[in-house]
Design a protein around this ligand. Structure first.
Ligand code: AMP
Length: 112
């Protein structure tokens, strides 16, 4: 069972921001900034290594296209941050690859 697969299949509700055949973007349930949206491929990949190893580029490109769509929808033209947490040391808690889009404020240069 994968919570993000369930969200992509509509079994669990989400606040949808953008959707196409390959990708769903929805607001994070526990936002850390005024804008905190997750971009998720509809096909299950455990993490970014799985995605980059086992996708021919189709889903990765679709995710990056969705980043642009979320940027437009959320009016983030002044900038934002895209984060991928990978595996245990990267603090990944949901094992279905996703990209956090964080914005709506002036972010610090500090990464930690
Ligand atoms: P990560 O720690 O990078 O794996 O991020 C997982 C993110 O998924 C966290 O920011 C959670 O708040 C978010 N999350 C978990 N369950 C849900 C849900 N049902 N709807 C929206 N966001 C969720």
């Amino acid at each position: 069972m994968c919570i993000f697969c369930d969200i992509c299949e509509g079994k669990i509700p989400s606040k949808k921001v953008y959707e196409d055949d390959l990708v769903l973007a929805f607001d994070d349930i526990n936002p850390v900034a005024p804008v905190h949206t997750l971009v998720v491929p509809k096909k299950h990949f455990d993490d970014i290594i799985d995605l980059s190893s086992n996708d021919d580029g189709t889903y990765l490109k679709a995710c990056m296209n969705a980043v642009t769509k979320v940027c437009e929808e959320k009016k983030l033209e002044q900038g934002f941050r895209v984060i991928n947490n990978c595996r245990e040391n990267g603090a990944q808690s949901v094992m279905h690859v996703h990209f956090h889009i964080i914005g709506g404020l002036k972010l610090s240069e500090k990464m930690l």
